[in-house]
Design a protein around this ligand. Structure first.
Ligand code: 2PG
Ligand code: MG
Length: 428
């Protein structure tokens, strides 16, 4: 495939910050020209080992510097294009061109490739990732982040006087995860739960004190993390919803390196003490998954908790997941270390942590080969691009995490999943 022309645009993400959208005009053989677009998100609770993000305004100059290097070349596949971008950047963490600029081009290339061949993007990604499963056999489940905490919330100043609350919950994400196989039903259940939870919280805290965080989850004057969990679990039980609870602690955010302590609700805990706190949550709330329970360098603490929860030993069906995000940052060296040290059994996959589609696919394959589940994830600052839905479905991931079903940039991904689910389930 040849790229005939390309452009970079600055658009706004869901937080109103600038981000990049790549436009490519491409052509396969004697075929028709195709236009393909892709935009990239931005994180807030970012891991120290993530690839570099370039100021979007500087991306224009960088793009004009490199553009002629890829025009009119006959690319044989995705990897050839991505490798050229990596070579043009020439740094370890993409600090020259920026992972955001590189990724927008890499994803637009993938769209152009599938479009010019008249195949669905997820089908192309299935091939690229060597996924041998039937697509609807074990379709990714959605992880709905219905209560927001950590770096993703801003608390009104008035809450200090009114409730004695200065900051949001320590744990970053309180998710519900459908246990049903049918994606359409799972999505409906998640949406209904989200609405009911909103009503319940309005009853408890008053409507004016029910706000939304960056990922569309609720923000209320909760006094403790457990208070939020209690309300969620009670609602699940009352309506017998087929939902389990998952958490993203994003623990680097409340960890202090100086004294190796975690601060949760004013009490300081050692890694051993916070492990007990987590094990207790697993028992009391039937958690199915826990992401980033420790700091981003604490491979051994991740291992100890995984060991205590017997996650490597239980059968696939009833498996609990310890998911690594900031620990592994979708980086093959970090994942290798985590696998060797048995630091969990699932990895969060974020394209912009590493910066190209090909490298992301390599990490997905490494995880799969080592029996680690994959959860494909959005970022807290998102665009309307739904590429990650195609990636989750195509690569056969365990789950797709895209916030609460409450804002258009989050719903774009879930809606695309539903579309894929339906396409794959037609009977003739
Ligand atoms: C996370 C992500 C997405 P951010 O920690 O998993 O939910 O947050 O994009 O801010 O890094
Ligand atoms: Mg995370």
């Amino acid at each position: 495939m040849q790229i005939i022309d390309g452009q970079i645009k600055i658009i706004k993400d869901s937080r109103g910050n600038n981000t990049l959208e790549a436009h490519l005009l491409a052509k396969e053989g004697d075929g028709k020209n195709v236009v393909a677009l892709a935009s990239v998100p931005a994180g807030k609770s970012t891991g120290a080992h993530e690839a570099f993000v370039l100021d979007p305004k500087k991306a224009f100059d960088k793009f004009s510097e490199i553009k002629n290097n890829f025009l009119k070349i006959n690319f044989r596949d995705q990897r050839e294009f991505d490798s050229l971008l990596i070579a043009l950047d020439g740094t370890q963490n993409k600090s020259n061109l920026g992972a955001n600029l590189i990724l927008s081009l890499s994803l637009a290339f993938a769209r152009a490739w599938s479009k010019s061949r008249g195949i669905e993007l997820y089908r192309y990604l299935k091939d690229l990732s060597d996924n041998q499963k039937k697509l609807f056999e074990d379709f990714p489940r959605p992880l709905f982040n219905v209560v927001n905490g950590g770096a993703h919330v801003e608390i009104p100043q008035s809450w200090d006087k009114k409730f004695g609350i200065k900051k949001g919950l320590d744990l970053q994400e309180f998710q519900v995860i459908p246990t049903v196989k049918d994606f359409g039903i799972g999505l409906s259940v998640g949406q209904e739960f989200y609405k009911k939870l909103g009503k319940e919280l309005s009853k408890i805290y008053d409507k004016e004190n029910v706000l939304l965080g960056d990922e569309a989850g609720y923000v209320c004057p909760f006094k403790t993390n457990e208070e939020a969990l209690e309300i969620m679990q009670e609602l699940i039980n009352r309506h017998l919803y087929p939902l389990k609870i998952g958490l993203d602690a994003a623990a680097s955010q409340f960890y202090s390196k100086e004294n190796d302590l975690y601060t949760i609700e004013k009490s300081q805990m050692t890694p051993e003490e916070i492990s007990v706190f987590y094990s207790d949550l697993f028992d009391r709330y039937e958690l199915i998954s826990l992401e980033d329970p420790f700091d981003e360098e604490s491979f051994d603490d991740f291992h100890r908790l995984s060991d205590e929860l017997l996650i490597q030993k239980t059968s696939n069906q009833s498996k609990k997941l310890i998911i690594t995000d900031d620990l592994t940052t979708t980086n093959p060296q970090r994942l290798k270390e985590a696998i060797e040290k048995k630091s969990g059994n699932a990895i969060l996959i974020k394209l912009n942590q590493i910066g190209t589609l090909s490298e992301t696919i390599d990490v997905i394959k490494m995880a799969r080969e080592n029996n680690w589940q994959q959860v494909v994830s959005h970022r807290s600052g998102e665009t309307m691009d739904s590429f990650i839905a195609d990636l989750a479905a195509g690569s056969g991931a365990w789950g797709l995490k895209s916030g609460a079903p409450g804002k258009p940039e989050r719903m774009a991904k879930y809606s695309r999943m539903l579309e894929i689910w339906k396409k794959e389930n037609v009977v003739f």
